[in-house]
Write a new protein. Structure first.
Length: 394
């Protein structure tokens, strides 16, 4: 099936047919193979990534699409080959190697040549780098489907790309941010350009990927409140200066739910007469409150998005588990609830209590999710992927 899709693209490229013809023929092909839903779903996800990347690239550079499609064809062929590998550990190694090489070479040959813009025209630097990084993110998002066949289910409210916002999410594994790229792509591919993430500071030292994330304007924290507050001040001021609207992803729990983190969360709960959580950690409210205050002061926040992530079939805790064992979850579920900034209390103590209330509700929903094996009940506008694209129904 995947080979057949690649042949369609290759045929259109060699014939130099227009993109509209390619898209039309691909859609026709999908209609003819609906009897193979699993393969169609995986191939469709890859083709969507291809079409999105091509149109974004053309709209930015007015470039002849033939050479770019040749590059994408190579990527699809690599994805097809790796997806048929029998040994999971080999697939995991290939996945990590592809991400490492593409991010390293992209940083050296694409980002570095544009570095003088940091001093000459900083806003143009931000404009171009955001797009370079965002286009690359479609690559790992597609590999999740091709190599590991991960099924993503997204429900709830849509995230608006044109409005600055703060996204808070429970941190079940160390790879939540990676899977969230797929959710953003399925909601609106442009969100891969406008999303920023708060990460642990050591990650910026990773050759290639770390450099790209730092160029991309991600926030790197050291878990030192005084230092981190200064970093947040600098970055929120910078975001507002760029005249770009970003959505900042924050994990209020501070770390993934490892055994040690769960133990420390329980100790904190006992000390403060709070309930012990089985599916989340008690959130650290200081960083959330500080970011909220900064973004309000800069008038750089319209919404707060509460995202709940769950893994009903398989769970990969760390990067090493992916690399050494080649394991990925079979399904990842996201539910999104949007709150207008006016709904979030102005008083800092009340805002902290508001966040803690979100986490109590998150614990309740995750308990139901894991014990009943039922999907999340859609929040808000009730956007559903892949079941339906209709909002506000039900």
């Amino acid at each position: 099936m995947r080979r057949h899709i690649i042949q369609i693209i290759s045929k259109r490229i060699t014939s130099k047919f227009p993109i509209s013809r390619i898209d039309k023929d691909l859609k026709s092909e999908f209609f003819n193979i609906q009897m193979l839903p699993n393969n169609v779903r995986k191939a469709k996800s890859a083709i969507e990534s291809v079409i999105c990347a091509v149109f974004a690239f053309i709209s930015m550079f007015k470039y002849n699409f033939i050479n770019y499609f040749n590059l994408i064809e190579i990527n699809l062929q690599v994805a097809y080959i790796t997806s048929t590998m029998e040994f999971p550990s080999v697939r995991g190694t290939v996945f990590c190697l592809l991400l490492f090489l593409t991010s390293l070479l992209g940083s050296i040959f694409i980002l570095v040549p544009f570095a003088p813009l940091v001093y000459i025209a900083p806003r143009w630097w931000r404009y171009y780098v955001d797009r370079f990084v965002g286009y690359w993110l479609t690559f790992p998002a597609s590999l999740c489907d091709f190599i590991f066949g991960v099924e993503f289910h997204i429900s709830g409210d849509l995230i608006e790309r044109d409005a600055p916002a703060l996204i808070v999410m429970n941190h079940r594994t160390r790879l939540d941010w990676l899977f969230f790229w797929n959710a953003l792509y399925k909601i609106d591919p442009w969100l891969l350009i406008t999303e920023k993430i708060s990460l642990k500071a050591p990650l910026k030292l990773i050759p290639g990927a770390g450099w790209a994330m730092e160029c991309g304007g991600y926030i790197f924290l050291k878990r030192n409140l005084e230092n981190d507050m200064h970093v947040m001040d600098t970055m929120i001021t910078y975001y507002s200066y760029t005249n770009q609207n970003y959505q900042l992803l924050l994990f209020p729990e501070g770390t993934d739910r490892s055994e040690r983190a769960a133990f420390l969360s329980d100790v904190y709960a006992e000390k403060n007469s709070l309930p012990k959580y089985k599916y989340v950690l008690h959130p650290r409210t200081a960083g959330f409150i500080h970011l909220l205050r900064l973004m309000r002061r800069r008038k750089y926040i319209s919404y707060v998005y509460d995202v709940t992530v769950g893994y009903p079939k398989g769970m990969v805790i760390s990067e090493m588990e992916l690399l050494m064992k080649g394991r990925f979850p079979k399904e990842v579920h996201f539910d999104i609830k949007r709150y207008n900034i006016s709904e979030v209390p102005l008083n800092e103590m009340d805002a902290a209590a508001w966040l803690s209330k979100l986490w109590r509700e998150k614990e309740r929903r995750l308990e139901h999710f894991y014990t009943t094996n039922e999907p999340f009940a859609p929040s808000g506008a009730r956007f559903l992927w892949p079941v339906s694209f209709l909002c506000g129904i039900g």
